[in-house]
Design a protein around this ligand. Structure first.
Ligand code: HEC
Ligand code: HEC
Length: 350
């Protein structure tokens, strides 16, 4: 059955009208009652272990409901999915800086949040270390969802449907902040992207075109030291020469250490075709802009990472090849997986 699901999702990647018979979250299958977490065969072990948050359908569905529900924001105008859209690899949609409650803009671009179970740190500066500790950050951020922990918990407890779902999922009589965080973690940790053309190629199931193969070779030499496969990031904090002077100090804003100035978390490149605009401030709109940055646009500074080749000059053909390779990282099965999509019936009124 799993094999069938994978096969169907590859097919669906190319035939958009194709109807899937089995819902998949890549390696997570839910064709029967039970949602399971399993590590894709080409991935390292996950960091999030589901200790004290064992995977169950009810918990997953509760987390998903919350992720898509604006009840978590002050004026019920914004949900997590407003800034993290499935169609864009759970990054923001088209805008450099995300818009929060009241139309306010933050200072950073919303990153994609699939494969969260493998992330050792969160945010561009890595200031959060555990997924379970994460979710109150955006909820209480004054320019994101602008809520308080007490008021969100009050609203959820006031809502009979949510009280019932929390009781069923976590066996508690009233909603707590801890269970809210855990439910959201469970949903995020089960959103896995591991079924791109690249993965199929590595598993020997499809071929790369000559252009994709050449692009892959260029990638291995120039990019993979930081965007390390299979997750396409090594989760370190580095400077890739987009500026020589920084107004956002990146990692140093958290560490308060000058050595980290202008260093940002290496972002994954899975689904990069759709996670535009790019970089921590969304300054580049197209992948070609990014490629032109790495080929001839690197700004030198004492912070520039030593593994960056600041003299790289790619030909027009090489740029196209690299671009074609980056497109192989799009995971159509995750992007169209209804199991992780917005629930059909939202809960109204709040
Ligand atoms: C107003 C837009 C907005 C909303 C709403 C929002 N986020 Fe985010 N999210 C961001 C931005 C911007 C960042 C990056 C901030 C930074 O690095 O300082 C981010 C970062 C993240 C990350 C870290 C990803 C990484 O690679 O480090 C996760 C996980 C995440 N958000 C989950 C959520 C969840 C869960 C919710 C709902 C409770 C949510 N977000 C609501 C904009 C938003
Ligand atoms: C020294 C490590 C390093 C190398 C080598 C490197 N990158 Fe990056 N890359 C980064 C960092 C760090 C960022 C985020 C920088 C920021 O936002 O300030 C980034 C961002 C990106 C982004 C934006 C992704 C997003 O979601 O915003 C793309 C695309 C990208 N790199 C592609 C490449 C390609 C293609 C190569 C090879 C030509 C490459 N990188 C080489 C470290 C590196």
């Amino acid at each position: 059955m799993i094999r069938l699901a994978v096969f169907l999702s590859i097919l669906c990647g190319f035939i958009t009208s194709c109807k899937k018979k089995t819902a998949t979250i890549s390696n997570v299958t839910a064709n029967s009652e039970n949602i399971r977490f399993s590590v894709p065969s080409n991935f390292p072990n996950a960091i999030y272990t589901f200790d004290s948050n064992e995977v169950t359908n009810l918990r997953f569905r509760l987390g998903k409901l919350l992720f898509y529900d604006p009840i978590l924001s002050l004026d019920s105008s914004i949900s997590c999915s407003s800034c993290h859209a499935q169609s864009h690899g759970f990054a923001d949609h088209n805008i450099p800086l995300s818009k929060g409650v009241g139309g306010q803009f933050g200072k950073r671009n919303a990153p994609p949040i699939f494969n969260a179970a493998w992330m050792p740190t969160f945010f561009w500066d890595g200031r959060v270390h555990r997924l379970d500790d994460f979710s109150m950050g955006p909820i209480t951020n004054p320019i994101e969802m602008s809520e308080t922990s007490e008021h969100v918990i009050y609203k959820l407890n006031r809502n009979p449907y949510y009280r019932k779902q929390f009781k069923l999922a976590y066996n508690i009589d009233s909603v707590t902040e801890l269970t809210l965080r855990k439910a959201l973690s469970q949903y995020m940790a089960l959103v896995i992207s591991s079924n791109s053309k690249y993965d199929q190629f590595m598993a020997g199931k499809v071929n790369f075109s000559t252009s994709e193969q050449n692009g892959f070779a260029l990638f291995k030499v120039n990019c993979s030291s930081c965007h390390l496969p299979p997750l396409f990031t090594d989760y370190t904090f580095r400077n890739n020469g987009i500026d020589s002077i920084y107004t956002d100090f990146g990692r140093a804003e958290y560490s308060k250490n000058n050595i980290d100035k202008g260093n940002f978390k290496v972002p994954t490149l899975r689904n990069v075709e759709l996670t535009y605009p790019y970089m921590h401030d969304g300054r580049f709109f197209t992948l070609m802009d990014v490629i032109n940055h790495y080929s001839g646009g690197i700004k030198k500074s004492s912070q520039l990472d030593t593994s960056i080749n600041s003299n790289l000059q790619l030909s027009a053909t090489e740029k196209k090849d690299l671009y074609k390779f980056l497109l192989t990282l799009t995971d159509y099965s995750m992007l169209s997986d209804t199991l992780i999509s917005a629930p059909k019936n939202s809960i109204q009124p709040h």
